[in-house]
Design a protein around this ligand. Sequence first.
Ligand code: NAD
Length: 354
Amino acid sequence: DAAPKRILVTGGAGFIGSAVVREIIGETPHSVLVVDKLTYAGNLDSLKPVAADPRYDFIRADIVDAPRMQSVFAQFQPDIVMHLAAESHVDRSIDGPGEFIQTNVVGTFTLLQATLGYWRGLPAARQTSFRFHHISTDEVFGSLGPEGFFIETTAYCPNSPYSASKAASDHLVNAWRHTYGLPTVLSNCSNNYGPYHFPEKLIPLTIINALEGKPLPVYGAGANIRDWLYVEDHARALLTVATQGAVGGSYCIGGHNEKTNLDVVHAICALVDELAPDRAIGPRAGLVSFVSDRPGHDLRYAIDPSKIAVDLGWRPRETFESGLRQTVQWYLEHRDWWERIRTGVYRGERLGVA
Ligand code: NAD
């Protein structure tokens, strides 16, 4: 139903979380409270488009902090929780897995406990309509060979510290539903791209380096395949799952856009050449630089999104070509957003990133 709801969004200052918040404030009557620790990946600049709206509010807090989470629930009285707060970068999980266990596993546990305590105190009707939506990744399913797709019943087989921590959190969420009756819903999405994406990830890093004529690092031979989804398509899917998903259900989200990493980098080079030609730099494809592969790099991810299409009527609006063009255009027009990240101004400090 379209009645205004109170939605608590953890990780709402991140890439996908901020897209969800912009979608909620821009397209629905609902109210939002963002709970975010503002790690290096959290950026209030990404929430500027909604910052003045009276239906939007923000609290800086760590989901691992149990008393803080209890008071957030007591004060905000949410109808829906959308849990996106996480450490999200695979390379960082290889170099330092501790934070991933803390936030993704202990943090999800802490949030579940706070949610359960709050939910048990609700009147019966609100207990029934309440939802805890856990946002997860297709990486929990491990790596595919050249054939086949991930679906909701695919067995879990996580390979990186990041995906193992997300798999653990998915299992906790399902256990809290099965054991305590908490009305949860889960979604597992493929790789996202689009505006406000932190420039450590493949697509924004490649766009920015291509613009500046810097080397474009590609792991191994660039043959790994990812299934890309435009972040605003994901944000709409998430709101659909949070408000209409079946309790205990899980939904695989993807847009049938399988590309090798090298194809992605070449597509970006062609777009940057077209939209920001620079004679001194020349054709950007010449900047591709193969670097040694990520340890344990999963070969292929691909989603079959039939269930969310059939059951909930969600379909992506963007193709990879249209979404990538908009993304490159956005980075061209929002130099201030990524310059502030590179200089560390967005966190009130300098990162020293070249
Ligand atoms: P992100 O790294 O851009 O944002 C994560 C946000 O969580 C940041 O704002 C950060 O400050 C916040 N955060 C981190 N630790 C916290 C803590 N302990 N307490 C409170 N806030 C904390 O990540 P993203 O790409 O927006 O991903 C969001 C979610 O979606 C994650 O759960 C991720 O696993 C999942 N996901 C991401 C992708 C993708 O392609 N990016 C695909 C599928 C699923």
